[in-house]
Design a protein around this ligand. Structure first.
Ligand code: PGA
Length: 251
C-alpha cells in the first residue's frame, strides 16, 4: 500500500482532436475499473478539453491542461487563461514540461509565474523538472534539478497543492525509461530539498511522480519504489488498450 494516492496522468501532447478524443474517452470509460484507488488525470490539448470535460463528468476521472498563461486575460494572442481552464473543470495543469522549455523557450521565471498564478486560481500545478543526457553524463543531474526546483518554486507557499514530476529529458519519448533506482535517487533528493525548505510534514505529503517512456511493462517496477507516487505518461496514454491496462493494474 502506497503512502500517498497514486497519480496516473495521461499527457496527450498534440494528439487527438476533439472528435478523436471523444471516441477515445468513451471507449476508455467502458473498459476501466477501480478508478477510486488512484487519481486518473487526462491532459488533452486545449481544443479537446471541452469535449472530454463533458464526457468525464461524475466518472471520477479528472481533467488537466498542458499549459496555461500567468495572466487572467488581455492582449496575449494565442495564449490561454487559467480561468478558462477552471471554467472547463480542469483541476490540474502541467507547468514547465521540457517540451515547453525547449521548443517554446519557457524559462524558470515564466514557470514560476505560471505556478503562482495556477495556485491563485485553485488549479493544481504538475510541475516538471528534469535533466538532459549531457547533464546526466557529466554528473550535473542533482545540481540541475535543484536549480529548477528553487527557481520554479520561488515564493510559492501552497506546496500541498502541487505535484512534482521528475521527467528526465533523455527518457521522454525515447523508449529508454529511467531505472527505478535512478528515479528513486532523484525523487528522494527532491523530497529532501522540499523538506528543508518547507518542513517534513509538507514533504511527506508531496507527490513526486515519474515521467519518461512509462509503459505497461515498466510501470509496475517503477511504482514499486516507495518514493515514486505516480506517473506522467505520454506515448502510452494515447494507446487505448495499453492505457486501459495501466489504469486497471492492481497497484
Ligand atoms: P513519454 O512522455 O511517456 O512519451 O515519454 C512523457 C511526458 O512527456 O510527459
Amino acid at each position: 500500500m502506497k503512502k500517498r494516492k497514486i497519480f496516473i496522468g495521461g499527457n496527450w501532447k498534440m494528439n487527438l482532436n476533439h472528435l478523436e478524443g471523444k471516441e477515445f474517452v468513451e471507449k476508455l470509460l467502458k473498459s476501466i475499473k477501480n478508478i477510486e484507488k488512484k487519481e486518473i488525470v487526462l491532459f488533452p490539448p486545449f481544443t479537446t478539453l471541452f469535449t472530454v470535460s463533458e464526457i468525464i463528468k461524475n466518472t471520477g476521472i479528472k481533467l488537466g491542461a498542458q499549459n496555461t498563461h500567468w495572466e487572467d486575460k488581455g492582449a496575449f494572442t494565442g495564449e490561454i487563461s487559467p480561468l478558462f481552464l477552471i471554467a472547463l473543470d480542469c483541476e490540474y495543469v502541467i507547468i514547465g514540461h521540457s517540451e515547453r522549455r525547449r521548443y517554446f523557450f519557457e524559462n524558470d521565471e515564466m514557470i514560476n509565474k505560471k505556478i503562482k498564478k495556477a495556485l491563485d486560481v485553485n488549479l493544481k500545478p504538475v510541475f516538471c523538472v528534469g535533466e538532459d543526457l549531457e547533464e546526466r553524463k557529466t554528473g550535473k543531474t542533482f545540481e540541475v534539478i535543484e536549480k529548477q526546483l528553487k527557481k520554479g518554486l520561488k515564493d510559492v507557499e501552497k506546496l500541498n497543492e502541487i505535484v512534482i514530476a521528475y521527467e528526465p529529458i533523455w527518457a521522454i519519448g525515447s523508449g529508454i525509461n529511467a531505472t527505478p533506482v535512478q528515479a528513486r535517487e532523484v525523487h528522494s533528493f527532491i523530497r529532501e530539498i522540499i523538506s528543508k525548505d518547507y518542513g517534513k510534514e509538507i514533504s511527506e505529503n508531496l507527490r513526486i511522480i515519474y515521467g519518461g517512456s512509462v509503459n505497461k511493462n515498466n510501470i509496475y517496477e517503477l511504482l514499486k519504489e516507495e518514493e515514486i507516487d505516480g506517473v506522467l505518461i505520454g506515448g502510452a496514454s494515447i494507446k487505448l488498450e495499453e492505457f486501459v491496462q495501466i489504469v486497471n493494474l492492481d497497484l
